[in-house]
Design a protein around this ligand. Structure first.
Ligand code: LRH
Ligand code: MN
Ligand code: MN
Length: 430
C-alpha cells in the first residue's frame, strides 16, 4: 500500500475551489484549438503519459562554491529526500521516479530503500556515479582525474565505483547509469588531449561490459567545470563517438547547461536521434554557464524548440525513441520542492506547446520554402498559454490544480523544520 505524504483531503478541497475556473479555461482553450483543427483532449492525453525523473540531490539546497545557505527542514538523508520527492510527485503527478547519486545517497539496505520508495509511490530512475570528488576514506584521489587518470590504479577504482553503482541500481530497479566525469585540464599541455580520451574509452568499456541486459549507459558531456581548459567528454561529438565505440547500450545524455553559449541544442537533439544515440536529458536553465537554474526560467523558447525536435524525432522513428527525462537543477534561494513543482510544470508546458505545432502545415511550408509561414507555424504553437491543459492533465491524474499553493497550505516545510535535524552551511549537498 502506498502512503503519500500529504493529506488527500487537503488536495481535494483546494482542487474543489479551483475546478470550475479550470474547466472554464480548459473548454475555452479547447474551442480556440478546435478552430485550428487541434483536439485539446488529444494533447491532454499525450501529457497523461509523460513523466520525468527528479534528482535526489535537487531536494536539498545546493549552494554555490562560495556559500550554501541551509533551509530549515531540508532533507538530510535519502529517506527524507524520497519523502520530499513524494510530495512533488503527489502534487505534480509527472515526477514518479527518483534518480539517486552515489555516494551522496547512502542506500544501506537496497531492498528496504526500494520498499520505502514504493510505499511513497516512487520508483528509482538512472543511478549516477560520482568520481568528480573524493569520498571520505577513499584510497586514491580523483584530484587529477578518474576514468581518464594517468594512473591505472585510479582508473580501476573509478571503474569499480561505477560497477558498484550498477549493482546497487539493479537492486533498486534502475535501468540506466549516468556517467559524468570531472576529468579534464586547467592548463594547455597539462595532459595529452588524445591519450586522456583513450584512457577514458578503455575505462568506459569496462563499465559498459558490466551493464546488465536491458540497461543503458548514459554519457553526459560537459564543456567545462570543474576543468576549465579542456574536459575529456566536452561536447556531443565526443560523447557520440564514445557511445558509438562502446556499443548499442551506450547513448548520449544532454544536460541543457553543458554547452558553449548559443549552441543550437535542439539541433543536437535531432543529430543524436538520427544516429540512435539520444539517451536522455537533464533539464535546467542557464544564463551564463552551467547555472542549473529552474527549467524554463530564462529561455522557455529554447525548451520549446528542444521539445519540438523531440516530438519530430518520435514521429520519425517511434521504435527507438526512449529518452530518459530528468530535472537537474541546483536550488539555492527557493524551497527546492517549489522549484521542482514549477520546473515540472514548465517542462510539461514546453512539451504541450510542441504537440500543438501543426506538423502537416510545417512540412508543407518547409517543402515549399515558405520561410515566414514555417516560422509562424512554430510561433503560433509557442504563443498558446497551455496552462489549462497541463493543469487539467495533472488534476485528472490526481494531482493539485495549483501545486505551489497546495504545497504552501500543507505546511510541509515548517513541519519538517521541527522534525528534521539542521544541516550545515558549508557542507554542500547532503
Ligand atoms: C554536472 C552535473 C551532473 C552531475 C550533477 C550533480 O554538472 O550536471 O549531472 O551528476 O551535475
Ligand atoms: Mn547533469
Ligand atoms: Mn551540470
Amino acid at each position: 500500500p502506498t502512503a503519500p505524504p500529504l493529506s488527500r483531503d487537503l488536495i481535494d478541497s483546494l482542487n474543489a475551489q479551483n475546478l470550475a475556473a479550470l474547466q472554464d479555461e480548459y473548454h475555452s482553450l479547447g474551442r480556440v484549438l478546435e478552430r485550428r483543427g487541434c483536439a485539446i483532449d488529444a494533447i491532454k492525453q499525450r501529457l497523461l503519459s509523460f513523466s520525468l525523473a527528479q534528482p535526489s540531490w535537487g531536494t536539498g539546497v545546493g549552494g554555490t562554491r562560495f556559500a550554501r545557505f541551509p533551509l530549515a527542514g531540508e532533507p538530510t538523508h535519502l529517506n527524507e529526500k524520497l519523502e520530499d520527492c513524494a510530495v512533488v510527485q503527489q502534487l505534480s503527478r509527472i515526477t514518479p521516479r527518483v534518480s539517486p547519486h552515489f555516494p551522496w545517497d547512502k542506500i544501506g539496505d537496497a531492498r528496504a530503500m526500494l520498499e520505502r520508495a514504493t510505499s511513497l509511490g516512487l520508483r528509482f530512475d538512472a543511478v549516477n556515479s560520482n568520481t568528480f570528488q573524493d569520498a571520505p576514506r577513499q584510497a586514491l584521489s580523483y584530484r587529477h582525474g578518474s576514468l581518464a587518470h594517468t594512473d591505472a590504479a585510479v582508473r580501476a577504482q573509478a571503474v569499480e565505483h561505477n560497477i558498484e553503482c550498477i549493482r546497487v541500481g539493479e537492486a533498486l530497479g534502475s535501468k540506466a547509469i549516468t556517467v559524468w566525469i570531472g576529468d579534464g585540464t586547467n592548463f594547455p599541455g597539462q595532459q595529452s588531449l588524445a591519450s586522456s580520451l583513450d584512457r577514458y574509452l578503455e575505462s568506459a568499456a569496462q563499465i559498459y561490459a558490466a551493464l546488465p541486459p536491458g540497461w543503458s549507459m548514459l554519457l553526459e558531456h560537459k564543456l567545462y567545470e570543474p576543468a576549465f581548459y579542456s574536459t575529456v567528454i566536452s561536447d556531443w561529438g565526443s560523447s557520440m563517438l564514445a557511445a558509438q565505440q562502446l556499443g548499442p547500450q551506450a547513448r548520449c545524455l544532454i544536460d541543457l547547461g553543458h554547452h558553449a553559449p548559443n549552441v543550437n541544442i535542439e539541433q543536437i537533439v535531432a543529430r543524436l536521434h538520427r544516429f540512435g544515440k539520444l539517451g536522455g536529458f537533464h533539464f535546467n536553465d542557464s544564463k551564463y554557464g552551467d547555472d542549473d537554474l529552474d527549467s524554463g526560467s530564462i529561455n522557455p523558447h529554447q525548451l520549446f524548440l528542444v521539445f519540438n525536435e523531440l516530438v519530430e524525432a518520435e514521429l520519425r522513428s517511434p521504435a527507438d525513441f526512449d529518452p530518459a527525462y530528468m530535472i537537474d537543477q541546483s536550488h539555492n534561494v527557493t524551497d527546492p520542492i517549489e522549484s521542482l513543482l514549477s520546473s515540472a510544470d514548465a517542462i510539461a508546458g514546453a512539451y504541450a506547446r510542441a504537440l500543438l505545432v501543426d506538423r502537416a502545415a510545417l512540412t508543407e511550408y518547409q517543402q515549399g520554402n515558405d520561410v515566414m509561414m514555417a516560422f509562424q507555424t512554430l510561433r503560433r504553437a509557442y504563443n498558446v498559454d497551455v496552462t489549462p491543459i497541463v493543469a487539467m492533465a495533472r488534476y485528472e491524474r490526481g494531482g493539485a490544480i495549483d501545486t505551489i499553493a497546495a504545497y504552501r497550505q500543507s505546511g510541509w516545510r515548517p513541519r519538517k523544520a521541527r522534525e528534521r535535524r539542521a544541516t550545515s552551511a558549508g557542507a554542500g549537498i547532503v
